[in-house]
Ligand binder design. Structure first.
Ligand code: FEO
Ligand code: CA
Ligand code: CA
Ligand code: CA
Length: 663
């Protein structure tokens, strides 16, 4: 039996609490987050609406504004009745909207796929069913339709204690989980990756087209090709692949993107967790792997597959941490790992076409004190010839961001031979820069950020939103204008304006759109507008979407009983005029879950959201108050049946009677 730490908890722990990385704070001082958490606990914030009123009554002139008054005062571009923030075992959407479950973990996505049988799951069944922990959601229209298309969904990671019966015991109030056998590992590998699923809206309701010809599962074993400058390099050759071009699988696919030419992008984020074993201290990759936290050993895959053991396959970790592109129009296409976009803990890759036709991809490296990047293709997008765009991601310039305190920023090119990126500093070629992108960014003195998550260009107003989720390890002396709070527990959002409104520009101006957290607690230093209600504020921005009108919708990861007294959710955030920085809660997730997605169809009549890791936790919620696992779950969302475990699911939100969302 292992001392149980779920993969997500471990990733979160390393990100939030005890990581010995560059931001490690050796003191025992309480962080701001802990101070705030203590306050919430004392207030008994867990009592839902009662507690919200209690806060309003005790502290905040802001919170005393009623929802209706706030709406009238704000001049908001959003119109809906705000959901009440709180915590329970269900999802909640604004009145007048339906939030229908579209795809659940285990749902068959092929005509010959077996029905989900969680007590008797097999790797073969899982490979034909919707995977676990849905994160990125993209929509690729078929025939230009907003009612018929391909939904592309990432499956970031697995939570064994929620997925498998009979593997958990409780000892002294803690979950312990049995060692994995190969079948369990194989199910986990099949539950990772992505799904491509044809969907159609009929009678106002979305349906899965189970026999869709383009339906596909991508897993941790799918054959892929390494392409771009790193392909064939010695540092990516292994015993199984002497060519350095053929990789199996993609892992920890967090957010992603859909390109202007209609391909699907999966970003490989916390790939370090899958590698175990010892690399000799004098090994040439030792410093490279230390910078990304390899090996980590969260998963037990290395017990069954040598390639995940760095003592046996020391180059395998260099084959992960990339942006993966999939041609969804051919279900047999070989996905390509596009090495020109660099190797780090990729959060996502949202893109937009620049005025001159080049395509710009915004990239976040989600670790404390890591960087914001963008990639500009060398070639131009051809809207009339899809095939001509298919290798645009193999050639271009990768840049890292440097934010100045005067409100300007610069994109610094990561190009071999320029500045310090030379052989003397260990970069023999562009391939070395791309394999060790973080170290190249270090040498260029890029700005160390508070965990860059989704970065979203907005074609409607020419701005770019950078979501920074938090960084409790930033010390007072490490604060800068772009990362303005020390021990930042709740994160912030930066707005970029590229020079001349050109997304391919190499410099521009930035300002902070929002400092997150409870605006009624002075020491948090949040900057929501005064029209924001007690329900409307949030912490830990993670993903976001802009709808076709250019309105910003933010989803969160890390709210909960202790952190903010509310579950994660989807918030509508005004960015323009008097209402700027006004936020309203539109949808919230059940206990333990994180809010991923979000994505709007081109007609703005559907919002797809992904509810990830529901029921992962429950100890801190007074509605449950004990560890949550397969046999004793803090929620059985979305089925609420005794014989069905909790299931991460994609939800389709539509307005009752039809119409655009939030209008
Ligand atoms: Fe998987 Fe950075 O969130
Ligand atoms: Ca994320
Ligand atoms: Ca996004
Ligand atoms: Ca996150």
């Amino acid at each position: 039996m292992n001392e149980y730490v779920s993969p997500e908890t471990k990733f979160r722990t390393s990100q939030l609490e005890d990581n010995d990385g560059p931001g490690h704070n050796p003191t025992a001082n309480r962080t701001m987050g802990e101070v705030i958490a203590a306050r919430f606990s004392r207030r008994g914030f867990l009592k839902g609406s009662l507690a919200v009123s209690a806060i309003a009554a005790t502290v905040s002139p802001i919170a005393l504004i009623t929802a209706d008054n706030a709406r009238a005062a704000s001049g908001s571009v959003f119109s809906f009745d705000e959901v009440e923030a709180g915590i329970d075992d269900k999802h909640h959407v604004a009145a007048g909207y339906d939030a229908d479950i579209l795809l659940r973990w285990g749902d068959p996505i092929f005509a010959d796929a077996p029905e989900f049988d969680p007590a008797n799951q097999t790797p073969e069944a899982q490979a034909k069913q919707f995977g676990y922990n849905n994160d990125y959601v993209g929509y690729i229209p078929l025939d230009g339709s907003s009612e018929h298309g391909l939904l592309v969904v990432n499956h970031e990671y697995t939570n064994e204690h929620l997925m498998f019966p009979g593997i958990v015991t409780i000892s002294e109030g803690e979950i312990k989980v049995s060692d994995a056998d190969q079948k369990r590992v194989d199910i986990e590998m099949a539950a990772h990756g992505g799904s491509i699923v044809e969907i159609r809206k009929e009678g106002g309701k979305w349906q899965v087209v189970k026999d869709g010809e383009l339906n596909r599962r991508i897993t941790a074993t799918t054959e892929m090709q390494l392409s771009g400058p790193v392909a064939g390099h010695d540092r990516v050759k292994t015993n199984a692949d002497a060519t350095g071009t053929k990789v199996f699988g993609t892992i920890n696919n967090c957010a992603g993107g859909v390109t202007p030419w209609g391909t699907y992008i999966l970003a490989e984020e916390n790939f370090h967790g899958y590698f175990a074993g010892e690399l000799p201290a004098d090994h040439p990759e030792a410093a490279n792997y230390e910078r990304v936290g390899v090996p980590d050993g969260t998963y037990q895959w290395a017990n069954f597959y040598d390639r995940f053991d760095v003592s046996k396959e020391p180059n395998e970790p260099n084959r992960f941490g990339w942006i993966v592109e999939v041609d969804v129009q051919d279900p047999n296409s070989v996905p390509k790992k596009r090495t020109a976009l660099g190797r780090f803990k990729h959060e996502g890759a949202e893109s937009i076409v620049a005025p001159d036709g080049r395509v710009v991809f915004y990239l976040g490296d989600d670790e404390r004190f890591d960087y914001v990047y963008k990639f500009v293709t060398a070639g131009k997008f051809n809207p009339d010839d899809r095939a001509a765009n298919m290798d645009l991601l193999d050639e271009g310039t990768l840049y890292v961001a440097k934010f100045a305190d005067d409100g300007s920023f610069e994109w610094l090119p990561l190009v071999h031979g320029q500045g310090p990126l030379t052989a003397e500093n260990g970069f023999a070629s562009q391939a070395d820069i791309l394999i060790e992108t973080r170290r190249a960014g270090d040498l260029l003195e890029a700005t160390k950020m508070d965990r860059p998550e989704d970065i979203q260009p907005n074609g409607a107003n020419g701005k770019v939103y950078v979501l920074l989720t938090n960084n409790t390890k930033r010390k007072a002396e490490q604060v800068d204008a772009a990362n303005p709070r020390f021990e930042s527990a709740f994160g912030h959002i930066i707005e970029l304006a590229e020079d001349g409104g050109d997304f391919a520009a190499t410099k521009g101006k930035w300002e902070i759109l929002l400092k997150c957290g409870d605006p009624s607690v002075a020491e948090v230093g949040a900057s929501f507008s005064t029209a924001t209600t007690a329900n409307g504020w949030f912490g830990m921005p993670d993903n976001c979407a802009v709808d076709s009108a250019g309105r910003l919708w933010v989803s969160t990861d890390g709210n909960g009983p202790k952190a903010t007294g509310r579950t994660d959710g989807l918030w509508a955030v005004d960015t323009e005029g008097e209402a700027r920085a006004t936020s309203k809660l539109f949808f919230r997730v059940p206990i333990g879950a994180e809010m991923c997605g979000p994505l709007f169809t081109p007609d703005d009549q559907t919002a797809f959201v992904a509810v990830q890791h529901p029921a992962d936790g429950g100890e801190d919620w007074e509605g449950f108050g004990r560890p949550s696992y397969y046999e004793d779950l803090s929620t059985r969302w979305p089925d609420f049946k005794d014989d069905m475990p909790v299931r991460p699911s994609v939800v389709a939100i539509t307005k009752q009677g039809g119409g655009k969302i939030g209008v």
